[in-house]
Write a protein that binds this ligand. Structure first.
Ligand code: AN0
Ligand code: CP
Length: 317
């Protein structure tokens, strides 16, 4: 495995879920595989879970870990090609990436959508520079269009909690005061489409995700109707794709509350976190016995460890 961005990169999902269960059961069984190997985790954006869980996963594999917060510790990096670098950025990614690659065996990168240039975001211009120039395998730790470690953990969590072979899984948009990327919902849809679930996506008009992700997916604009009979409710805010990066609504009637959860089949509540209480979800729902957000976050170690394990195994060959 040379890169981890899309659902295709993980291959057969059943095999991946089986491996995730093994990793969860015996996390230290492969700690010789990462001996004298180094992973560098680069953050262009804030993180709690990704930073800690990926680090923990690498440590479980016996690796050395270096974390770089680009905004605090490194030189400011230019990402565009062909520019005269007479501004505030002393170094270009074109040099920084291969240099980082010389210091490690795997790189993880977090680089959110800029919302300035839809084309550059959807072409994954920053992540692709890492993939092209690093010379080592690259993991997306949430890049412009996707958050695959999250989606893999979400799928595994659903697998753990499901009580029927083909559960109904509802991805619902919910209100938020700031413009958030589409990476989490894009990856969630991308992975759920490949999984054995009945997927329904619900959001206000204008919040349609990029068509390459939602092709063939059931969209229901009536949130209450979408919730009927659901086994899992997955809440997330995202900014508009068509009016790129815009906030079109902060309608709190879309907040996930107890009344809406009562329409479901005793659904479990999921969210990738961080979550704004009483905007995205009421205290009553997130504090209820049906909320599995903490177990979901815990499974981020599992998804990261499977990916790192596969990359280390590939390096051995
Ligand atoms: C980010 C997002 O929505 O993509 C990270 C979530 C994992 N959330 C925030 O910036 C609040
Ligand atoms: N869910 C998630 O990726 O959280 P962080 O932004 O804290 O890493």
């Amino acid at each position: 495995m040379k890169k981890f961005l899309t659902v295709e990169d993980i291959g057969d999902l059943n095999a991946a879920l089986k491996e995730a269960a093994e990793v969860k059961k015996t996390p230290y069984a492969w700690d010789e595989l990462g001996k004298n190997k180094t992973i560098i985790l680069i953050f262009f954006n804030s993180s709690l879970r990704t930073r800690l869980s990926t680090q923990k996963a690498a440590m479980n594999m016996g690796m050395n870990v270096i974390v770089l917060d680009v905004n605090k510790d490194g030189w400011k990096l230019e990402t565009e090609f062909g520019v005269v670098m007479d501004g505030d950025k002393p170094e270009h990614l074109r040099e920084a990436v291969p240099v980082i690659g010389r210091y490690c065996d795997i790189i993880g990168v977090r680089s959110f959508a800029s919302f300035e240039d839809k084309k550059a975001d959807y072409e994954e211009e920053i992540l692709n520079q890492f993939i092209e120039f690093a010379g080592v395998p690259v993991i997306s730790m949430e890049s412009a269009t996707r958050h695959p470690l999250q989606a893999f953990a979400d799928l595994y969590t659903i697998e753990e909690y499901k009580t029927k072979p083909r559960p109904k899984v509802v991805l619902t948009w919910a209100p938020h005061p700031r413009a958030l990327p589409q990476a989490v919902p894009n990856s969630f849809v991308e992975w759920m489409k490949e999984a054995d679930v009945e997927l329904v996506v619900t959001h206000p008009e204008g919040y349609e995700l990029a068509p390459e992700f939602t092709k063939g997916v059931t969209i229901e604009y009536d949130q209450k109707k979408a919730f009927e009979g659901a086994d899992f409710i997955y809440a997330k805010n995202w900014a508009s794709y068509s009016q790129y990066g815009q906030i079109l609504s902060q309608d709190r009637s879309w907040t996930v509350d107890e009344a809406k959860m009562a329409l479901t089949n005793d659904a479990k509540f999921m969210h990738c976190l961080p979550v704004r209480r009483n905007m995205i979800v009421t205290d009553g729902v997130i504090d209820s016995k049906n909320s599995i957000v903490i177990d979901e976050a815990a499974n981020r170690v599992v998804s990261a460890q499977v990916v790192i394990k596969r990359m280390l195994e590939a390096l051995k060959k």
